[in-house]
Each structure stands twice: as C-alpha cells, then as structure tokens.
Design a protein around this ligand. Structure first.
Ligand SMILES: *Cc1c(COP(=O)(O)O)cnc(C)c1O
Length: 418
C-alpha cells in the first residue's frame, strides 16, 4: 500500500498533485509520502510487538536525515554501515543506544567515532576487526559492545549482487568457525560480547531462507550460552522484499510470525534492520520527457533522470514500474526509457509498453524510495536531484537540487597550473 494514486487523470502524492510539485521544484526529483513511510514503519514494528525488539532502519536504503527522523521519532533505531551514516543518524536525532554498526571494512577513525557515543553495538565481521576494536577501545578506556555477524550460508534466492549470506560472499564470519571467534572475543579485555547478528540478502520474497537462518542463529546462540557467553541480542538483519512488478512478498506480519515461531522462548531482545520494505514503495522518482525517438529499430523515450539518479535498472537489471503523471487516452508504444548519460547501460526501463509521451510530460518511476537517491552520483557532472516529502496537502524540500557550484565543491587548481 502506498499514497501515490490517481485522482481523475492526475497522479497525486497524498493530497498534493505531483504536477504542481514539479512546477515548483523542477525535475527530476524524488518524492516521498510521510503517511506511507509512517504506516510502513508502524506495520513492521507492530508485527514484533509480542517480544522485546528494536527496529533499526537500515540507513543505506535512504539516508536523508528527514527520512531517518521519521523513524527515530517513532522510537526506531538506525543500522549504519559507515561513519558518514552514523553522523547522519545523530543529525536525525537518533539515540546512540539504538544504533547498530555493520560493515566489513570499518576504519579505525570510524570505530573511534562510534565508541565516543557509544552506540548499542558493533556487528563485527572478522577476527581482525575484533582485535582492532579491542585495541581502539583500550586506548580510549572504553568497553566495546559487539555482536559477531555470522554468515549462516543460506541461499536467499535473490539477485547475486544482493545475496550476502552465502559462504562465498564477503560478509560475516562462517557460522561454524564463529564459536572460536566468540571465545576469542570473550577473552579480549575491552570487548563485551552481547549479541549474534546476521543479514542474508536483500529483496527476499519468501520466508523460507529467513526461517533457515533463524534456525542456525538460534542454535548458535544456545551453544554460546552453554559456553558461558551471554547473548542478549539477536539481530536478524533486513532483507524483506517488496513488490516492484509481480513479486508477492510476505506481509511483515507473516514474516514476523515465522521468525517468532522459530525463535520460540529464547530470552533476548530481537533486532531487525529493515530498509527496502519500509521506504521502497514510499518514494518515487519524477522525471520529464525530453524527447521521443521513434521509428528506428527501437523506440526511445529520453527523460531527464538517468542512471546517476537511479542506478538499480543498470546495476541489477531491476524492474521499476513507470507510469504517466497525467493519464489520458493515447496510443501505446513499446520503448526503452533512457537518460541523457553517455552509457548504453543508462536506462530506466527496456522494451516497456507505455503510452506515447510527448516532450515536456512527466513520468513517475515507482518504487524508488529505497536505494534510489542513496545510490545516486554526479556522473556526467549531473547535479543530484531534489528530494521532497509530502505530508497530506503540503510538501517540504528535504534536499535541495544541487547546482553547478556543488559539483566542484572541494576541487582546486594548484598554482603550478596557473
Ligand atoms: C543492506 C542491509 C540491510 C537492509 O537491507 P534491506 O534489504 O534494504 O532490508 C540490513 N542490514 C545490513 C547489515 C545491511 O547491509
């Protein structure tokens, strides 16, 4: 469910006409519905209401500080994967004791930064990282709370670029070897072992792989307790999928019930790190048609948004639904929707059946709220798009469109070139 619906012929976000927003902010821009964001968070959070839990929104899915704020305000935590995301979480008003920090390559200064607050826990991805954190915590006179991120070796049946829980993936510590690392961790003077964590992949549309992962994580947690290592937190990561096209992912309620059934009466606080399922369908990318090129081998609709704005189709071959902002009677064509970037991989859709669009008309690229703006770049020296949040009949710019000066911020021509 989301709040992007037609009224008569015009696409609205909540109570605001998208065409009217485009007139004021220009194109392309990302548009988010506050109501959708809040109701998705609420639906996910309440699905776990029977147990002690903390929903840490995965900042990399959408890291705008206003978006993070929406969840923080509702009691959510944040899952960060870099010092920069931790900075954003703090700017959004997150409570450090609700922040978890994952990622295979945490740098020493990032570890130090996180220990200053301190955060709820580090999800540690290797024995060497454990030693690094221990050393830094020791120098700071701190004790670092950690979970080991284990790799349960389950196949999430998703795109190979977004599987993370297979033995061959770079993430986490092999679950069978993790006991040794846990024992090592428990001997380190500046480390406090408090949890087990995992994250098996993204855009999963079946509960099976999650259930399999939970079985293995639970088994590990019980083994660790038997070894005298007190596990207080079980972090099951994110990964629940959404409908982009025809996928039928489980509702968060169903997902939660499957996890909870499997966990049974294990005493601990459950941590979840959803990203896509909360924001994916709460945002769209609005773009303007520049030109239509028809009559050759293929038809092309050339728009003002490109792979630098939304890279998912180019990177993963992902399907994004595309629809006209103004629906009216017109003939259909089959076309590629492409951007202005000088790469053949610059497309938003291939061989898509669409109404014939004229220059100046608007298209809405649906389901763009997750891994949209947060993966955007300045490639081809394109200023990044604006981001807009709608609350009922009002809209707020939550990130200004970049200008040319932003493009060269921090660049210098040295004197030798004068
Ligand atoms: C990316 C990521 C998530 C969120 O994944 P979604 O598929 O967007 O829910 C959660 N945890 C970790 C560690 C991640 O890397």
């Amino acid at each position: 469910m989301h709040d992007f619906q037609y009224r008569e012929e015009n696409l609205y976000c909540e109570d605001f006409s998208i065409e009217a927003i485009a007139k004021e902010v220009g194109t392309p821009f990302y548009l988010y519905s506050l109501n959708t964001l809040e109701s998705h968070f609420q639906a996910f959070d309440s699905a776990f209401s029977k147990v002690n839990h903390l929903v840490c929104f995965s900042a990399k899915a959408n890291s705008n500080i206003a978006i993070l704020r929406v969840f923080v305000r509702r009691g959510g935590g944040v899952d960060v994967v870099s010092g920069g995301e931790l900075f954003r979480a703090m700017k959004a008003g997150a409570r450090p004791e609700r922040i978890v920090y994952s990622g295979v390559g945490k740098r020493p200064e990032e570890i130090e930064y996180a220990l200053e607050f301190p955060i709820l826990m580090f999800c540690v991805e290797s024995a060497q990282e454990l030693l690094a954190i221990d050393g830094i915590a020791g120098r700071m006179g701190a004790k670092a709370p950690v979970a080991l991120r284990v790799n349960p070796d389950v196949n999430p049946q998703t795109h190979p670029y977004i599987t993370t829980g297979l033995k061959k993936n770079k993430f986490g510590i092999n679950i069978r070897k993790s006991i040794d690392d846990y024992i090592l961790a428990s001997t380190l003077p500046n480390i406090k072992v408090i949890g087990v964590s995992c994250h098996i992949g993204s855009q999963l549309t079946d509960v099976g792989p999650f259930v399999e992962a939970v079985q293995r994580i639970k088994e590990l947690a019980l083994k660790l307790r038997a070894e005298g290592i007190h596990i207080q937190y079980i972090d099951l990561g994110g990964g629940l999928g959404i409908t982009y096209h025809q996928e039928e992912p489980p509702h968060p309620r169903e997902y939660a019930q499957s996890l909870l059934n499997e966990l049974g009466e294990i005493e601990c606080t459950l941590i979840l790190e959803p990203g896509r399922v909360i924001v994916g369908n709460a945002g769209i990318l609005v773009t303007k048609v520049l030109y239509a090129k028809e009559g050759g081998e293929k038809n092309f609709i050339i728009v003002d948004a490109a792979m630098n704005d939304l890279i998912r189709p180019s990177l993963y071959g992902s399907y994004q639904r595309i629809q006209p902002v103004q629906k009216k009677e017109r003939p259909e064509i089959v076309a590629d929707v492409v951007g202005p970037i000088c790469e053949s991989a610059d497309f938003l859709a291939k061989d898509r059946k669409l109404p014939r669009m004229e220059a100046g008309e608007l298209l809405a690229v649906m389901s763009a709220g997750a891994y949209g703006f947060s993966m955007s770049s300045n490639y081809n020296s394109r200023p990044r798009a604006a981001e807009v949040l709608v609350d009922k009949g009002r809209f707020y710019i939550i990130r200004e469109r970049e200008d040319y000066d932003d493009l060269i911020k921090g660049e210098f021509i040295p004197d030798i070139l004068a």
